[in-house]
Design a protein around this ligand. Structure first.
Ligand SMILES: NC(=O)c1ccc[n+]([C@@H]2O[C@H](COP(=O)([O-])OP(=O)(O)OC[C@H]3O[C@@H](n4cnc5c(N)ncnc54)[C@H](OP(=O)(O)O)[C@@H]3O)[C@@H](O)[C@H]2O)c1
Length: 273
């Protein structure tokens, strides 16, 4: 599978998002996804499924080093000391000695960024995360985080889909060589009903979901679509099997609209967007 390279990280261009997947259904879906060819899994302390994601990974029999696994530290665990404890707990649930990528899940206005970025870098130096990054940071925070970090920040994970204009924040991440991972790449189910995406997909024998994912992949943005349905796993992976023209990409660009953000922060952000 194509990978996006960033500060030594090699991140598979599409991943499997696991938020909301729980218990045996989560273990099954992770195992099936890996058998189908996914090599990138996205979980988080806050999803309450790290145990199941780790179990699915082991049950798949795929070699650990062949899978890129991300987890995240929730915004209420970012204080120095507690941060490291939180990572130890995540690794214990995953039953893994390290993760490929560890992210600050959301910034926390109550904790100085220097403190949480310091803890993030410390965890990398301790070998508990091969790579580190941030999620849900705006342009000002990306700049500040990169100034504060003593280890390279390899990734920014943010909401990206055809309806949301994230041009500025993506440019800020790229300026620092950070890979961009897109959550809600299917706009949480809004994409399949879209007329433009449906028409473009029809021309390629592809579904609107595949078009939305391909739109991101062709910009070197890494989508991590989630599904609870086995039959959609190959569909979403099938986004890799075609190429859209510049004219088609430009037509999808025009779907951006105000107010398209789906996910709200768990607390008020410190900086404006
Ligand atoms: N860093 C963060 O703050 C953050 C925030 C949100 C999400 N995330 C990560 O990003 C992942 C993806 O985001 P998301 O789960 O919010 O949204 P999403 O992937 O855009 O959308 C998921 C929804 O789309 C449906 N779906 C999936 N494949 C489909 C297909 N081929 N055709 C039609 N519908 C399809 C799913 O329904 P079915 O289950 O019925 O298939 C589900 O309801 C999460 O799982 C999580 O890992 C991170």
């Amino acid at each position: 599978m194509q990978v996006i390279q960033s500060h030594g990280a090699r991140i598979p261009i599409v991943g499997f998002g696991t938020m909301t997947l729980k218990e045996d259904a989560c273990i099954d879906m992770v195992e099936v996804a890996l058998h189908l060819g996914y090599r990138h899994l996205d979980t988080a302390q806050n999803y309450g499924n790290e145990r199941e994601v780790g179990a699915g990974l082991r049950r798949s029999g795929i070699r650990r080093e062949d899978v890129f696994l991300t987890t995240k530290v929730w915004f209420n665990r970012l204080a120095a000391g507690d941060f490291e404890k939180s990572v130890d707990e995540s690794l214990a649930r995953l039953e893994l000695p390290w993760v490929d990528l560890l992210l600050i899940h959301w910034p926390n206005a109550q904790i100085p960024l220097a403190e949480s970025i310091g803890a993030l870098c410390k965890v990398k130096r301790a070998g508990l995360a091969k790579h580190i990054g941030v999620a849900n940071f705006n342009v000002a925070m990306i700049e500040e985080a990169n100034k504060l970090a003593s280890e390279p920040l390899a990734c920014l994970q943010i909401e990206v889909h055809p309806y949301l204009d994230q041009t500025k924040v993506i440019a800020a991440a790229r300026k620092h060589g950070m890979a961009v991972v897109a959550y809600c790449p299917l706009a949480r189910g809004k994409v399949p009903a879209d007329e433009v995406l449906t028409r473009i997909g029809r021309a390629h024998g592809k579904t609107p979901a595949q078009v939305a994912l391909r739109y991101l992949e062709q910009q070197d943005i890494i989508p991590i679509p989630r599904t609870s349905k086995r039959e959609r796993l190959p569909e979403n992976l099938g986004s890799l099997e075609f190429t859209m023209s510049a004219a088609e990409m430009a037509e999808i660009d025009k779907l951006k609209r105000p107010g398209a953000r789906i996910v709200s922060p768990p607390q008020a952000p410190k900086w404006d967007d």
